[in-house]
Design a protein around this ligand. Sequence first.
Ligand code: AP5
Length: 176
Amino acid sequence: MIIILLGAPGSGKGTIAELIQKKHQIPIISSGEILRAEMNKRTEIGKKVSRFLLSGELVPDEIINSLIENKIKQLRYEQSVIIDGYPRNQNQAIALNKVWKSELIVFYLDLPKKTLVDRLLHRGRVDDTEKIIERRFEVYLNETQPLIDYYTRTDVLIKINEISSMEIFKKIETVL
Ligand code: AP5
C-alpha cells in the first residue's frame, strides 16, 4: 500500500509521516528531505535543484521522478510505503502509478493558511522566509491542489481538517 500525505507547506506531512512510521514500521520517502540532502552534499543533482528549493519553485519533474523511482526500487521488498511531498502535480502522479502499482490512500491535510505560515516562520528552515513561503503557497495552489480533484475522482482521497497532530494521526489510524 502507498500512503500519500498531501497538503500545503507546513501542514504537518513530515510530522505525521513519522508518527505513522513509528506505529506501523513503514518506511518514509520524503521528496523534500531527499532534495535537501542532495543540496547539502553538493552533489551534481544538489547543484541543479538548489535554486528551485531556495525560491520555492518545484524542481523539474524528470529530476524528482527519477530520484523517487530509485528510492522505490530500493524498497521493492517492502509491503507499504509512506510518501511525503510527492506527487506534487499530475505528471508526477502518473509517473508514480507506473513505478509502483499498488493500493493507494491519499490523506489530504487541510489546515488554515495562517496557522501554516505561523508554524513555518517559527521553524526557520532555509526556505522558511516570508517571501519563499508565499511562493511555495502559490506553487501549491497552482500545481498541487489540482491533485485533490484527481485523487477524489479515483476515490482514494481522505480529507482531514484537524489541526493537532494527534487528532490528525487518530483519524488516519481509523482508516489504516
Ligand atoms: P517540502 O520539504 O516537501 O516542503 P513543504 O511541502 O513546503 O512542506 P514542509 O516540509 O514545509 O512542511 P510539512 O507539511 O512536511 O510539515 P512539517 O511536518 O515539516 O519541499 C521543499 C521544496 O522541495 C519545495 O519547495 C520544492 O522546491 C522541492 N520539492 C519537494 N518535493 C517536490 C516534488 N515532488 N516535485 C518538485 N519539487 C519538490 O511541519 C512544519 C512545522 O510545523 C514544523 O516546525 C513542525 O514541528 C510544526 N508542526 C507540525 N504539525 C504541527 C501541529 N499539529 N501543531 C503545531 N506545530 C506543528
